[in-house]
Design a protein around this ligand. Sequence first.
Ligand SMILES: [Zn+2]
Length: 90
Amino acid sequence: MGPHPDCANPPEDCRISVVNSAATAQSWTPIYDGNGMLVNSDPNMLVTELHCTTCERTWYETNQGGIIERSDTRPDLPQPPDMMPTEGGV
Ligand SMILES: [Zn+2]
């Protein structure tokens, strides 16, 4: 996880907690080539709601196939019926 994109504080001053997280639950079998390289990335999207008590911001971080994006608004998960929400912080 990382700081809010507009956070002006030094990263070490931020206190970021996980408010909530949810992930899609598409079945996925990893497939590798002969060099051990993964050829199909995990299609599932993980959405994490984060809150920084230093800059008083709440934002969302999505991770799909290792590509991380941050947004101020809650992203739509691709397959809501398959969501497996998990409550609570860390
Ligand atoms: Zn902050």
